[in-house]
Design a protein around this ligand. Structure first.
Ligand code: FMN
Length: 158
């Protein structure tokens, strides 16, 4: 069977996901956010999660080996944040969008849940780096609807 990159991307897009902002802080103290839908839970005990970072990212070095990072699961009304932090060169977070978590990672206001993670391991994954984090703190917010991503577009639960 043969398929090109576009066909593969379309096929993978048939898996509906939530949308997250992966946040961390650079060595010079800049709070950063990057939109990702590759988040997945891995293990309950120990509490591990993962996400995948594309090798070609301009901010690869910032995200490939941070001591701490956070995964912020976006609510339906946060679609604009998702678009904003998916733009190249637009990963510095506006101060109004976050507070500092217990471990210093940026926690996005009004996210459905934020997991602060300590870097556990990274693994090569083709043109992505698989990043596994150990959850060290989490904050969950009041009931809200999730922002979904499916077949290349944003969706909502119905
Ligand atoms: C819905 C959505 C999901 C994305 N998921 C990922 C992801 O899991 N991993 C990743 O590295 N980039 C992901 N991206 C791409 C980044 O958000 C961003 O567009 C890209 O990193 C921009 O290039 P730069 O990193 O060179 O600035 C996603 C983008 C969107 C809109």
């Amino acid at each position: 069977m043969s398929f090109d990159g576009r066909e593969l991307r379309n096929a993978m897009g048939r898996f509906a996901t939530g949308v997250c902002l992966i946040t961390t802080v650079t060595e010079d103290g800049t709070a950063m956010a990057l939109t990702a839908n590759s988040f997945s839970s891995v293990s309950l005990d120990p509490p591990l999660v993962l996400w995948n970072l594309q090798d070609s990212s301009d901010v690869y070095d910032v995200y490939a080996s941070p001591r701490y990072f956070a995964i912020n699961v976006l609510a339906l009304q946060q679609q604009e944040l998702s678009s904003q932090y998916a733009r190249k060169g637009q990963h510095a977070i506006e101060p109004a969008h976050y507070r500092d978590g217990k471990f210093g990672t940026p926690i996005i206001h009004d996210a459905l849940v934020s997991f602060e993670c300590e870097l556990e391991a990274t693994y090569p994954g083709g043109d992505h780096l698989i990043i596994v984090g150990r959850i060290v703190d989490m904050s969950e917010h009041a009931a809200g609807e999730p922002l979904l991503f499916y077949a290349g577009g944003y969706r909502e639960l119905r």
